[in-house]
Design a protein around this ligand. Structure first.
Ligand code: PA5
Length: 396
């Protein structure tokens, strides 16, 4: 369950401004419904969930580790959920290495040497099937596999998630006969949490049925998602150009990375949009905290609190309660410094609640983009850098 405490904003913006954006609801919903990129609203078929679980169970039996290769929307949701759901120190999740997010040769060299020593399988994820970082990493790891495994064995160990009709990865599936999951045409990377792109690696450790259940239940927050979008849009009109997502639970760090991509790629177009940044508090109160309190007033914040966490007693106090109280005190201090603060509370960090909160934010990001009059589901800006790279770096 999620609860929302949105900042009342009366001292920051005029009620008529909010009204103006609340009044655009019908138009925003209509644009949303007209889009052909909202396949994520329906969710995933139960038959595909069963297939994903079955394949994950099989691969787990003969692998010590899964190497997941992908970037952007083909990486962040599963990384965020794996990090959020894992214990801090206990090894309670199946070992996964996320690769494909850097072209650092030192990183790659280290990874390839490490892979020499373990039995691993690979899940390559790319909707387009052409992304440079993903393809370079895949080809290098495939060469390593050719040294270690027979062709037959490689067929068991390579799983490709890509478009079902085109792209280099699709051609690879056709040529080599590797096992593949489809990346749906009507779902963009950053909206793809409830697809095989993320559910397959997650199924190695977590209950993806519960995640799906939470995701479906997230639909009940549609009104709150619109309200949050309206508040962001109104704050932007008052010069609040930056939103700081802040967590008091460090394992939610990659969740904020997911949020940053979701909002930046959905609304950062036509010189519009709010720049999403993130902090881990209280750590960053000792770095960015000074700027947030007394610096340029371009910011507002969204805090995440967790209702139920582990109980640890410190000098007669519940440490978790202390962490929550500190979050309230920081919100109060920042408000005094002219920074509006919303607080979103998750009942706990579990599959179900994470499914709910991710659906909530995907809705909000889409509504928010429409309020900025940009298309949430395309990212021509990202494509420009990909095209530019192709002019100077040639890979097969
Ligand atoms: O959200 C998006 O659509 C992008 O961030 C893509 O996920 C990212 O560029 C990777 O693209 P692909 O999955 O085609 O490799």
């Amino acid at each position: 369950m999620i609860t929302f405490e949105f900042e009342k904003l009366d001292s920051f913006i005029s009620p008529s401004l909010k009204e103006k954006y609340f009044n655009r609801k019908e138009e925003v919903f209509a644009s949303f419904q007209r889009s052909d990129m909202t396949g994520w609203v329906k969710g995933i078929d139960s038959s595909l969930i069963s297939k994903i679980k079955e394949k994950a169970k099989e691969v787990k039996e003969y692998s010590d580790c899964l190497v997941v290769i992908g970037i952007g929307g083909s990486f962040l949701a599963s990384k965020a959920l794996n990090a959020a759901l894992s214990s801090y120190f206990e090894k309670d999740a199946f070992p996964i290495i996320y690769a494909g997010t850097t072209l650092s040769s030192a990183y790659m060299q280290g990874l390839l040497s490490y892979l020499d020593k373990i039995d691993f399988s690979v899940n390559v994820i790319s909707k387009s099937g052409n992304t440079l970082e993903t393809m370079v990493t895949y080809q290098l790891i495939k060469e390593k596999m050719q040294e270690k495994y027979s062709l037959e064995e490689m067929k068991k160990r390579i799983i490709i998630t890509t478009d079902a009709k085109e792209g280099k990865l699709y051609q690879e599936v056709e040529k080599e006969g590797y096992f593949s999951f489809p990346f749906p045409t009507n779902i963009g990377g950053r909206y793809s949490v409830m697809t095989a792109a993320h559910l397959f690696p997650l199924a190695f450790s977590w209950d993806i049925d519960l995640l799906n259940q939470g995701y479906q239940e997230g639909k009940k927050y549609q009104e709150q998602a619109y309200t949050y979008a309206v508040l962001r849009r109104s704050l932007f009109d008052c010069g609040k150009y930056v939103e700081n997502y802040s967590v008091y639970e460090p394992k939610l760090f990659y969740f904020t990375e997911w949020l940053k991509q979701l909002f930046a790629e959905s609304e950062g177009k036509k010189q519009q949009g709010i720049l999403p940044i993130s902090t881990i508090y209280t750590r960053d109160l000792h770095s960015l905290g000074q700027f947030i309190q007394e610096g340029n007033k371009i910011l507002f914040e969204t805090f995440f609190q967790i209702q139920n966490s582990s109980f640890l007693n410190y000098q007669g106090n519940n440490l978790h309660q202390m962490n929550c109280t500190i979050s309230d005190s920081v919100a109060s201090a920042h408000r005094q410094g002219g920074v509006p603060v919303h607080t979103i509370t998750l009942d706990s960090i579990c599959e179900k609640t994470m499914g709910e909160v991710m659906y909530f934010f995907m809705m909000s990001a889409a509504f928010s983009a429409y309020l900025f009059e940009v298309d949430p589901f395309h990212q021509e800006g990202v494509e420009i850098y990909k095209q530019e790279i192709k002019k100077s770096v040639h890979i097969q």
